[in-house]
Design a protein around this ligand. Structure first.
Ligand code: IMP
Ligand code: MG
Length: 178
């Protein structure tokens, strides 16, 4: 069991399991034959996942462009109350295929907010990918087209995801033992 910043981490998803699943997801994304694909990670939480997915897409012969969108949730809570746009995309997405990427789909408010914003620009196709899905926490009617793993209703860290700005560097995903 790794100990980081004095905290014991119980591993839920290993580096190897994540890599295997990313390759499968990239194959699913490729099978949908995206055209002029723009991969759009939601920062910050999804940056590690997105970096691995675009390289898995390379191995699946998909050549996307990449842009970023940054949002933040109001309130200090773990997940969003209201969502606020901090950094918007710079290019036009009209008539393009967009793959919107987030780390976790929980209440659904984050993906719902960003997806709504993007739909106003009339993309040809908007697909949603989330590495982790906590379907038991949903408060908005939204599902992802591509899901890495169903996650138990626990607060997780690592692989881009943080607790108070720490633990993003972990190559695996786990929970903090208290
Ligand atoms: P939603 O808007 O409730 O779907 O929450 C999604 C966002 O909350 C994600 O983008 C994460 O940044 C954050 N989040 C939700 N659950 C966790 C968790 O277990 N660990 C770290 N961040 C989380
Ligand atoms: Mg996030």
């Amino acid at each position: 069991m790794p100990v980081i910043n004095g905290k014991v981490i119980d591993i839920l998803f290993t580096e190897e399991a994540i890599a295997r699943r990313n390759a499968e997801m990239a194959a699913e994304i490729a099978a949908a034959q995206p055209r002029n694909l723009l991969v759009l990670p939601i920062l910050k939480g999804s940056f590690v996942f997105a970096a691995d997915i675009i390289r898995a897409l390379y191995r699946a012969n998909v050549a996307p462009e990449v842009e970023f969108i940054t949002v933040s949730s109001y309130g200090a809570g773990l997940t969003s109350g209201a969502v606020r746009l901090l950094h918007n995309i710079q290019s036009r997405i009209e008539a393009r295929d967009i793959l919107l990427i987030d780390d976790i789909l929980e209440s659904g408010k984050t993906l719902h907010f960003v997806a709504d914003l993007l739909r106003q620009q009339k993309p040809r196709k908007l697909a949603l990918a989330a590495l982790l899905d906590k379907p038991m926490c949903r408060k908005t009617a939204i599902e992802a087209d591509y899901v890495g793993f169903t996650c138990p209703d626990k607060f997780v860290v690592g692989y881009g995801m943080d607790a108070a700005h720490a633990f993003r560097q972990l190559p695996f995903i786990g929970t903090l033992r208290d």
